[in-house]
Ligand binder design. Structure first.
Ligand code: CDM
Ligand code: ATP
Length: 309
């Protein structure tokens, strides 16, 4: 899905990268119903673009529509409101979005959009709450928001907010969206979800012995389209599920290997290529903005990588 947004003068354009969960175990459930996870977040060089244009009248205005997301529910609008309330700031903002990340795909699109708004407005509005406060605010919007605020690949525990930076080897990914909208809250309630995984360590992950996703068997049983994508991807590598699905991916060590796998997939599949990064492209774009290198993010996410859809 690609929703175009055409910005004219005065806008700042910033990346909102997607993420993958390289594995995901559920180790228990808290009294408030939230689940305790262990996961590794990998940030990608691919995602949405968020457009911001500060205004002086305090209003927060979303420009353009996002399919199926009402303005009041939009995580970008909610992020801007939250920052306004937390900081007492009197500025406002217009927000536009160029969506590329499929919704309900486990790629963290809404969460990343929200994080980009928090981090960028903290600078543009001059509220200067800083990373820790923004990560805490972000958690109110969703469990996946803090990792995007911090902008580094991370080993995560708790509900996903206890983050330890992790070094990951260079990697390329073939991503596939089976076209199924996975409802995160409902999937966490699935009776057949494994919630008592034994805790593992970062070293277990780094040794390659931990790769599974607790949601994978549940989704593959429920959704024939997800099962079919796993079967197709198994021909080119080892498929995995990201987040609560339904997005699937295969990891490759080189761009060439990933391109060959993408080319071998059947036409008509919604599939594309992305590179794993060490640091969020948002941080780099903000540094360029601070250095006076212009309000856009050149090179961010050309749509040419899209294979079919
Ligand atoms: C599956 C992951 O994507 C892994 O990164 C995240 O845990 C989900 O993060 P998210 O999309 O930001 O989800 P949230 O908006 O925080 O939560 C949606 C719903 O999922 C359930 N939920 C979420 C996270 C969690 N650790 N335990 C839960 O039980 C809760 O019912 C919650 O109301
Ligand atoms: N700006 C936004 N972009 C995308 N979704 C949004 C946005 N604002 C609110 N939402 C809501 O969030 C839901 C989840 O969308 P999102 O793209 O974050 O899914 P996801 O990648 O599966 O999430 P996660 O991996 O964090 O579980 C959407 O179905 C939509 O209702």
């Amino acid at each position: 899905m690609t929703t175009a947004f055409a910005a004219d003068a005065g806008w700042v354009a910033l990346p909102a990268p997607a993420k993958l969960n390289l594995f995901l175990h559920i180790t228990g459930r808290r009294p408030d119903g939230y689940h305790c996870l262990q996961t590794v977040f990998r940030l990608l060089d691919w995602g949405d673009t968020v457009f911001l244009r500060p205004r002086e009248d305090g209003r927060i205005v979303r420009i353009g529509a996002v399919d199926g997301v009402a303005v009041e529910q939009d995580l970008t609008v909610r992020a801007a409101r939250l920052l306004q309330q937390a900081s007492g700031c009197r500025h406002g903002v217009e927000i536009g979005l160029h969506k590329r990340i499929p919704m309900g795909g486990g790629f963290g699109g809404g969460s990343s959009d929200a994080a980009t708004v928090l981090v960028a407005l903290d600078r543009l509005w001059g509220t200067r709450l800083g990373e820790d406060a923004l990560a805490t605010l972000g958690l109110q919007l969703g469990a996946d928001v803090p990792v995007f605020v911090r902008g580094r690949n991370a080993w995560a525990e708790g509900v996903g907010e206890q983050l330890t930076p992790i070094d990951l080897p260079p990697a390329w990914y073939v991503l596939v969206h089976p076209g199924v909208h996975a409802a995160t809250a409902a999937l966490f309630q699935a009776p057949d979800l494994t919630r008592d995984a034994s805790p593992v360590t970062i070293m277990d992950f780094q040794s390659g012995s931990v790769r599974g996703n607790a949601f994978e068997p549940v989704l593959r049983r429920r959704e024939p389209a997800v099962e079919a994508v796993f079967a197709v991807l198994a021909r080119v590598g080892t498929p995995r599920l990201t987040g609560s699905g339904s997005g699937c991916f295969v990891e490759f060590a080189t761009r060439e290997a990933a391109e060959a796998a993408l080319a071998a997939l059947p036409a008509g599949l919604s599939a594309w290529l992305a590179r794993g990064v060490q640091r969020s492209p948002l941080q780099q774009a903000l540094e360029m903005l601070s250095a006076g290198m212009g309000p856009s993010c050149p090179g961010w996410c050309p749509d040419a990588g899209l294979h079919a859809g």
